[in-house]
Write a protein that binds this ligand. Sequence first.
Ligand code: PPS
Length: 350
Amino acid sequence: MPESSFFARSVPFEQIDKLAISGGYSSIYATREPAVPVVGNWEQRFCRLADTFQPVLDRVHDFEVREDDVWIVTLPKCGTTWMQELTWLVLNRCDFETAKSVDLTIRSPFLEFNGVVPNVPHDTIEAANALSSPRLIKSHLPAWLLPRQIWTKKPKIIYVYRNPKDAAISYFHHWRGMVGYQGTKDDFMHSFIDGYVNFTPCWPHVLDFWQLRHEPHIYFTSYERMKTQLGQVIEDVARFLERPVSVEQVQQMKKHLSFESMRDNPACNHAKEFESMKAAAGREVEEFSVAPHRFVRRGVVGSHKDEMTADVIREFDLWSDVNLRDYKLHMDDFATYSKYNEQAITKTLL
Ligand code: PPS
């Protein structure tokens, strides 16, 4: 058997039961220097994942990449589905009919989904293998855990950042509704800050892609920018993918991608993933298709302001400062960055 590219160090974590994770939780480290430069010392870099991910990590790392693939990479709850739908439309000449009738998870598979839910018959790595080109593939993994061929074949990658306070709130509702989280909101927020929920720690994940943002095959944008300048982001993505869109198509896409129409589009609501998670959990979990834990839930910038306590907001801000200080960066820098107009001054959103 070839040597694994990763090794796992189990982490004791008292919230595992409340997080409804079956098995344990580990820090995953690389066994050799990754093909992509990471921020900091690669030997100390880790990603926290439930142990159910371990069987899929090498399969993902050895995944056969195609040069004309398009990858959407994000931390969870940062606008992945929104960007997948946008990008799929750009790649498919605004085929709104198919977008409404075929589930997005089939049009654009979530590569490592079998790590999230291991005991489902549907193998998402196989599904991604079988997809015809150009494929649109979603992943939440940090750069160095992605398929190694990404860094040699250089398919286009779209990275979407979101203010971690809003992403953490959204993740909490996701974990309540989809996974069956039983703990308190504050405990969940601390688990997020401390890097004990899948795909964290957060800041190194963001910083790895931030440092690659000028590469021609990387498009770095934000949920906040999609909210304030959706038309511009559509045009940027079309330019990035070299798939021009007309003014009329941009208007149609803005309508299709609006919060209300995404919320009411069953093809974008992850209903299939929810059913597999519910079956895998073997118990009832809170209804995920209705408020307050519905997938397309609130869709606002600043949702943490009325959903987080002032103390937790302070902890998040301090944690962000500590992690960004050395790089002379602030959260606003990621939210307002525009690849094709770096000087653009956008409204401060955080
Ligand atoms: S996942 O599970 O990681 O794939 O989730 P992800 O798709 O990244 O993020 C879900 C959040 O995106 C919001 N969303 C939208 N906001 C505005 N407009 C549109 N069209 C839209 N579509 C999805 C969704 O509501 C989740 O955010 P919250 O804050 O929970 O509302």
